[in-house]
Design a protein around this ligand. Structure first.
Ligand code: CTP
Ligand code: CA
Length: 228
C-alpha cells in the first residue's frame, strides 16, 4: 500500500483552505495586493485530497492550476474570500488559513481609470478601510470538534507575535514563519514553528508538500483530542 502514497487518514473529514493574496481595487486599472503565490495553500489542499478529505480551496488570484480533486472557489477581494469561507466553515472539521489577506482596502473603488491632472485629489490620498479578519471570525464562531489553523509571517519577535495571533484569533495552532531574510513569498520550502497553547515545535526546513502533510498531521492530532 505504501506505493499508493500516504494513509487515507482524512476520509470523511471536511477541510477548507484559504490561499493566495487578495486584490483590492483602487480603480479599474489599479489595485492593492501582495506577492503571495498560493503555493502553500494549494499544497495543503492537494495533500488533504490525497489523504481522503473532502476539500474546499478558496483562493485569491494566483497563477496555479486547480488543486486536483478539491472544490475550487476563486475570489478576488477579502470580502469575497470571507463570503466563500463563511459557506464552508460551518461544516468543516479542519480549516487552514494560509491566504495573505490584504489588511486594508480603498474605501472607494472607482469603476473608471483615475486620471492625472483630473483626479489628483483621489490619487494622492487613497483612503483605506480595514478588511474583515476571516480567521478571527471563524475562530470566534468555532464549535467543539473543529480545528482552526492560522499562519503568521513575521520579521521580528516571531514567537511572541504568533502567540498573540493564536489567542486573538482563537486558533488551535499557528504556523509561524520568520521572513526577516526575505524568504516566504514564492519559496518552495519553509522552516516554520508550530505555536500552540501547549508549546512550540520547531520544524526543519521542509518542502511545501512535506510541510503541508506535517500541518495536516498536527491538525489531525487536535481533531482527535477534541473528539475524545
Ligand atoms: N488573516 C485572515 N484575514 C485577514 C487577515 C489575516 O484570515 N483579514 C489570517 C491569515 O490568513 C493568517 C493569519 O490571519 O492565517 C495571520 O495573518 P497576518 O497577516 O500575519 O496577521 P494580521 O492579524 O493581519 O496582523 P499583521 O499583518 O499586522 O501582522
Ligand atoms: Ca495582515
Amino acid at each position: 500500500l505504501e506505493v499508493l502514497g500516504r494513509k487515507k487518514d482524512l476520509v470523511g473529514k471536511r477541510v477548507v483552505v484559504t490561499a493566495g493574496p487578495t486584490v483590492e481595487q483602487i480603480d479599474s486599472v489599479r489595485f492593492i495586493s501582495n506577492p503571495s503565490t498560493g503555493k502553500m495553500g494549494f499544497a495543503i489542499a492537494e495533500a488533504a485530497v490525497e489523504r481522503g478529505a473532502d476539500v474546499t480551496l478558496v483562493t485569491g488570484p494566483v497563477a496555479l492550476t486547480d488543486a486536483r480533486g478539491a472544490k475550487m472557489v476563486r475570489v478576488s477581494t477579502a470580502r469575497e474570500m470571507k463570503a466563500a469561507v463563511d459557506e464552508s466553515f460551518p461544516s468543516a472539521d479542519i480549516a487552514v488559513f494560509s491566504a495573505a489577506v490584504s489588511d486594508f482596502r480603498p474605501r472607494t473603488a472607482f469603476d473608471r481609470k483615475l486620471k492625472k491632472g483630473v483626479d489628483d485629489e483621489a490619487l494622492s490620498r487613497i483612503e483605506l478601510v480595514e478588511n474583515p479578519d476571516i480567521l478571527a471570525s471563524c475562530g470566534a464562531s468555532k464549535r467543539a470538534g473543529q480545528v482552526v489553523v492560522g499562519f503568521a509571517a513575521e520579521t521580528n519577535d516571531v514567537i511572541d507575535n504568533a502567540l498573540s495571533k493564536l489567542s486573538r484569533k482563537k486558533a488551535d495552532f499557528i504556523v509561524a514563519n520568520d521572513v526577516s531574510r526575505g524568504q516566504g513569498f514564492g519559496a518552495d520550502s519553509d522552516e516554520v514553528t508550530f505555536v500552540s497553547a501547549s508549546g512550540e515545535q520547531h520544524l526543519p526546513e521542509l518542502g511545501k508538500r512535506e510541510l503541508a502533510d506535517r500541518i495536516l498531521d498536527k491538525a489531525l492530532e487536535f481533531l482527535k483530542l477534541g473528539l475524545e
